[in-house]
Design a protein around this ligand. Structure first.
Ligand code: HEC
Ligand code: HEC
Length: 259
């Protein structure tokens, strides 16, 4: 047994930190979805489309997809074939040249909403945005993740990587501690996974609803008693890009089910 696996989670939280020491920068040699760290019951829920509550949002998203907006502008479905959405979520966040920034899937959808439909952006975590995101992400189920981190996307990726390795909060822990060093350990009833972003938006049993990746990440902030970053913060998109790169090759799972 290694010294690490013999530590209790409480001990890790209390004294698993030596302030100042920067953890090693490492990718994930063998990415594994959080699915494998869930109980059999939770996995069964995800596997069965009739039982998976997240599918309700996918169905709702399909309705919104075909609905013409009040501006009289085209519906999503008028400009896009649903089939063309296959694989899109697996390559987001992506760099957008005209905006000179990286957009995650929610921001991309909202961009079409404001620029192509003349409608106000959906608020973060609103039902319609979650539904459309679930609908689009569902079309990437089984499609391996592959994001572009080259060229102009690189600085955003680098910033995300830095955030992942920085200690924060009263517990003075970085993402890398829980999701690389302590993978497999129990923490407040959860088995720590690699923190892979492939199932989002997810239905989380504890929330009793669907939630975005940023909602999950904000919980990871408060988990170390740090002030959570705001929804839509640039840093979150950077972190999403870094997380998606770490997940390279893992198939999309949306809508996943988590504890
Ligand atoms: C104190 C430990 C801890 C820290 C630090 C932490 N997390 Fe988490 N994280 C968890 C727990 C617990 C869960 C839920 C169980 C799991 O999947 O690991 C979770 C889940 C996740 C998930 C969802 C995985 C899935 O399969 O749905 C992602 C992504 C994630 N974390 C990313 C991050 C990022 C990015 C950071 C740094 C901003 C971070 N975490 C910091 C404890 C932590
Ligand atoms: C008037 C036509 C039009 C409408 C309506 C429209 N889009 Fe788009 N969409 C585009 C174009 C053009 C692009 C290419 C990127 C760009 O320039 O914005 C795009 C890009 C996208 C992408 C990224 C595709 C990729 O391969 O990266 C997604 C996802 C998307 N739209 C979703 C939606 C959703 C969801 C709606 C409805 C809320 C919608 N779009 C409404 C024209 C439209």
């Amino acid at each position: 047994m290694s010294w690490r696996s013999s530590l209790s989670p409480l001990l890790i939280l209390l004294c698993g930190c030596s302030p100042g020491a920067s953890p090693p920068v490492s990718g994930i040699p063998e990415p594994r979805s959080g699915y494998h760290f869930q109980s059999q019951d939770t996995q069964n829920l995800q596997d069965d489309d009739f039982a998976n509550p997240g599918m309700l949002w996918v169905d709702g998203g399909m309705v919104l997809w075909t609905e013409a907006p009040e501006t009289g502008k085209p519906a999503c479905a008028d400009c896009h074939h649903a089939a063309d959405m296959s694989g899109v979520a697996s390559r987001y966040p992506a760099y957008d040249k005209s905006l000179d920034t990286v957009l995650n899937l929610e921001a991309r959808i909202n961009h079409c909403r404001t620029e192509r439909q003349g409608e106000p952006a959906y608020p973060w975590e609103s039902e319609p945005l979650l539904s459309l995101t679930a609908y689009v992400a569902h079309q990437s189920r089984g499609v391996p993740v592959e994001v572009d981190i080259s060229g102009p996307a690189r600085p955003f990726f680098d910033a995300g990587e830095t955030y992942f390795h920085e200690r924060r909060g009263q517990m003075n822990l970085a993402c890398v501690h829980c999701h690389e060093h302590y993978v497999g350990q129990m923490l407040r009833g959860d088995k720590l996974s690699q923190g892979q972003p492939v199932g989002y938006p997810i239905y989380r049993l504890e929330w009793q609803t669907l939630g975005s990746l940023q909602r999950r990440l904000r919980f990871c902030n408060t988990g170390v008693r740090a002030e959570p970053l705001a929804f839509g913060a640039q840093t979150w998109t950077n972190v999403e890009l870094y997380l998606k790169w770490r997940a390279t090759g893992l198939p999309g799972e949306a809508p996943a089910v988590r504890r």
